[in-house]
Design a protein around this ligand. Structure first.
Ligand code: KIV
Ligand code: ZN
Length: 518
């Protein structure tokens, strides 16, 4: 079959908006930028960067991402309200290419109970919101919230109204993850057949995974005329999540015989983006998760291994390399110099000025002294540490740690921190060394009421000298933050990750106390 523009699927990533809305997944502005850069590099067509009216933080991150993206269109979400649309337009102003995405509910249930608006008023709101958005950009997307549960006649009228007002993309979300593939596909077929101006817009799928059908529903939409898929990395999102980008993209690539579409995604970046997101959010991927789970390419049983040795295609429908899963590559050792590190960083796509390179080199030397082999993954973690954490402006800084652990107990931690520039030391006991460290932090920087929601450790590479990458999630009065750190010593990484989270939490609380939304 020959490919035409009609077969090109637009990948719209909403990890930073719908994904970030899920509890515990909130990201700091620097972390969002880091993810956005990776999405841009991997070839995502549209990055939904946030909901600018929602908070000052959301507004700033949409603006920063708009300023930075090199090729992706940057989208901002808004309700059908003038103030929302104005905030989105303002946040998106620096973007090379921007999209305003406005939505309103169209199902009988949502219109009656949530909006408390009669259907005719909803049609007026669609007309007004899309027309208003068009004053700022030609690229306007309109979404029918709870579209999959909307009556056909009304959905046709709503879609026709949005297109007439100037929407170039029409999204029909399965907001509550209720649809079945056949019914969801039929909705698109019906719209293609019945809406007179449908040819002027691109139809889009947006599926939630409450019944585990988000990807199947998205593919059903494509089979019936949709040409944009809204999805998230690792399938993060409200409740059970959204359709996973990596699953949609790899399904299209692997089953091209039945799904004859193209995407612009560089699939070899999938593993890297997935891992970065897990680290940043503390949301680990289940081991048997399709495409990016730790076991997705593991062949354990003897029969399978035997078949794989004879011909990999016996049990492997896609190669690990196609999703960027390669063996850890030895890069540098303790004798490597500054120049070798600079070259390696350039090869990995990082460009550091002299000062930043000096700091990074010092951290690299420290790691290489403690760890025999330094791999690509180790370098990536060092870079993340350097770029993701604002050490200089942090109120609480790590100075030193000594831990007593082992079966003879008690486990104790002697910890020194610098708080507002002054060094303070504490010795604490705990149920295990990590507990002792966290108690020592609490002693030095009291923070009653803050709840430790997550403590997670993962090894960056194989081997017993692997760096431990630790994520700590703290919650206070509904605010949730994640802190990360990596070190060859798991206790040091745990301590630094806790301090990182605490600095973020206190910074966020301070900013919230200072002022309202834009
Ligand atoms: O699920 C949904 O309906 C949404 C819309 C706001 C696009 O996320
Ligand atoms: Zn959604």
């Amino acid at each position: 079959m020959t490919q035409t523009a009609k077969d090109r699927i637009i990948i719209f990533d909403t990890t930073l908006r719908d994904g970030e809305q899920s509890p515990g997944c909130s990201m700091h502005i620097g972390e969002k930028l880091r993810i956005a850069r990776l999405l841009d590099d991997m070839g995502v067509d549209v990055i939904e960067a946030g909901f600018p009216i929602a908070s000052k933080g959301d507004f700033e991150s949409v603006r920063l991402i708009a300023e930075t993206m090199k090729r992706a269109v940057v989208a901002g979400l808004c309700r059908a309200k003038s103030s929302d649309i104005e905030a989105s337009a303002e946040a998106l102003r620096p973007a090379r290419r921007s999209r305003i995405h406005t939505f309103i509910s169209t199902s009988p249930l949502h219109m009656k109970y949530k909006l408390q608006m009669p259907p005719e008023a909803v049609l007026d709101a669609i007309h007004e919101s899309v027309s208003k958005a068009r004053q700022y950009t030609d690229d306007v997307e309109w979404s029918a919230e709870d579209g999959s549960r909307t009556e056909d006649d009304f959905l046709c009228r709503a879609v026709e109204t949005a297109i007439r007002a100037g929407a170039a993309t029409i999204n029909i979300p399965d907001t509550v993850g209720y649809a079945l593939p056949e019914d969801y596909g039929a909705k698109f077929k019906m719209l293609m057949e019945r809406v007179p101006n449908i040819g002027k817009a691109v139809l889009s799928v947006h599926c939630h995974n409450d019944l585990g059908l988000a990807v199947a529903n998205s593919l059903a939409g494509l089979a019936n005329g949709a040409r944009q898929v809204e999805c998230t990395i690792n399938g993060i999102g409200e409740r059970a999540g959204n359709a996973a980008l990596e699953e949609v993209v790899m399904a299209i690539r692997t089953r091209h015989d039945r799904l004859p579409y193209e995407t612009g995604i560089d699939t070899t970046m999938i593993t890297k983006v997935s891992r970065t997101l897990s680290t940043v959010t503390g949301f680990s991927v289940q081991p048997n998760k399709a495409i990016v789970g730790a076991n997705a390419f593991a062949h354990e049983s003897g029969i399978h291994q035997d078949g794989m040795l004879k011909n990999a295609a016996t049990y492997e429908i896609m190669t690990p390399e196609s999703v960027g899963l390669t063996k850890s590559e030895l890069v540098l050792g303790k004798h490597s110099g500054r120049h070798a590190l600079k070259n390696k960083l350039a090869e990995m796509g990082f460009d550091f000025g002299d000062n930043a390179l000096n700091d990074l080199f010092a951290r690299f030397k420290d790691l290489a002294d403690r760890k025999k082999n330094v791999y690509d993954e180790d370098i990536a973690v060092l870079v993340a540490e350097q770029t993701g954490r604002n050490f200089d402006s942090a109120r609480v800084k790590f100075v030193s740690l000594h831990v007593n652990a082992g079966s003879h107990g008690p486990q104790t931690a002697d910890l020194t921190l610098a708080v507002d520039g002054a060094e303070r030391t504490a010795t604490s006991r705990g149920n295990g060394p990590v507990d002792a460290i966290f108690n020592a932090i609490r002693q030095i920087v009291p923070h009653d009421g803050v709840v430790l929601q997550l403590y997670q450790v993962h090894a960056v590479t194989g081997g017993t000298d692997a760096q431990a990458e630790v994520t700590v999630r703290l919650e206070h009065n509904g605010l949730t933050v994640n802190g990360q750190s990596a070190d060859a010593d798991t206790m040091v990484a745990s301590c630094r990750a806790y301090i990182h989270a605490l600095n973020k939490l206190q910074g966020k609380e301070k900013r919230q106390a200072m002022g309202p939304n834009p």
